[in-house]
Write a protein that binds this ligand. Sequence first.
Ligand code: HEM
Length: 458
Amino acid sequence: MNSATAPIMTKDSPGIAVNHESTLHFLRKIISNPLQTIPPEAFHEPLVYSDIGGKPRIYLSDPAIIQDVFINKADFIVKGTMVQRILGPALGNGLLTTDEGSNWRRQRQSIGPEFQHARLLDFQAEMIKAAERTRDRWSALGSQAQIDLRHEMMLTTFDVIGETMLSGRQEMDVFAIEQDIATYLKAAGWLMALEIMHAPAWTPFPGRRRSMAAARSMRQAVVAMVARRRKENSRRDDLVSRLLATQDLESGKSMSDEEITDNLLTFIAAGHETTAQGLSWTFYLLSQHPEIETKVIKEIENVTKGQALRPDHIAQLVYTRQVFSEAIRLYPPVPLFTRKVVKNFTLGDFTIPADAILITPIFAVHRHTSLWDQPDQFIPERFDPEQVKARHRFSFLPFGAGPRTCIGNAFAMMEAVAILAVLLPVFHLVYRSRQAPVPTLQVTLQPKHKLYIQVHGR
Ligand code: HEM
């Protein structure tokens, strides 16, 4: 059917699952834990329609529908104002937050080479070194020390970003940045709720002043670094130099300091927080599954022959990679992403109207009852190549879908494997609490409370 004849999708459309939650309930959940706004139907239906704040919100859980929308209908959707509202005050208009169009394309083209395979291979040595610094820090703590796992993983992945993208982590005060990001993200639920209510940007809410001060503090630190690097006028081999040298293909104009700042902040934030969350969940899951932990360590020992991890080992650690994939299936660091429809388009038997909001609830797709056997169980063997081939490729989409898919996908996978392979043979991590960590969404998926873990030397 084409859009001229297909009826507009509404809550009365035949064969469509509808979630009847009221706008008030929805807003309450979005402020306390936006993960709970994913309707329960999204875990077993292909598509769920809901009506919040007078606008259709359509949840896409079926991989074939996701593929159709993000690949074939990509021209009908944009990121929309939600991401700008949540992240704009901190990240400005960088690659992650800018709307589709020439500005995004130019940024993606200039930054792309930094993520090409050959370049990533160069980064592996720094990833290993960062993991080794964490290993040495933990070793110095003595046996059975308790660590805040998420904080430790943030330090490690920040270290990687600092060394690979900024030519040295000493360029920034990692503790201050981590604190600023955490403070800023506390406002995310409120910012989402206000966007849904179309409230103006200045609308007050609890914690607003603190959160905006954190965004300013982060930006000032990066502005100062960009100014230092412009003055220094030496070409180092890193993202800062690449951005300083970028010129628009058509106009020949270079990037302004503001654009460079936006992108550096984007890579600092998007490039370390997500991987750190994924690693924290991985270590937690391994602490609950000793048989899987033993299997990973065996693989690492077989590949490294008991020697220090080398860059060329990383690609050989196939099971370790499967373990990380399975952890981010259960706990995807980005558990949902949204798009705004800009022009009517046909999806199956219906027309999706302009202005509708499309949500891809990665968290629900990854636990969908018709896609996964025992969806809530931790089974890394699901990522055996044969099993992967048998599934629709959009059944597993931790890095998103379509043109705006994560630019750091391969980087994150290499980094995660390197960090696991350095730390796991040396430490056994023990989670003592009787309560399983509760996942909560603050832009990324994180445990509601700090994840305290005991580190035992092997
Ligand atoms: C496990 C780790 C990671 C996960 C799960 C993840 C997830 C995602 C997802 C789902 C998106 C798409 C969002 C959307 O379509 O609205 C995205 C975009 C992005 N990610 Fe990642 N990411 C990870 C690591 C990284 C790393 C390491 C970097 C950089 C070093 C990075 C940089 C970005 C950027 C710049 C974008 C925006 C791309 C664009 O719009 O063109 N991410 N990420």
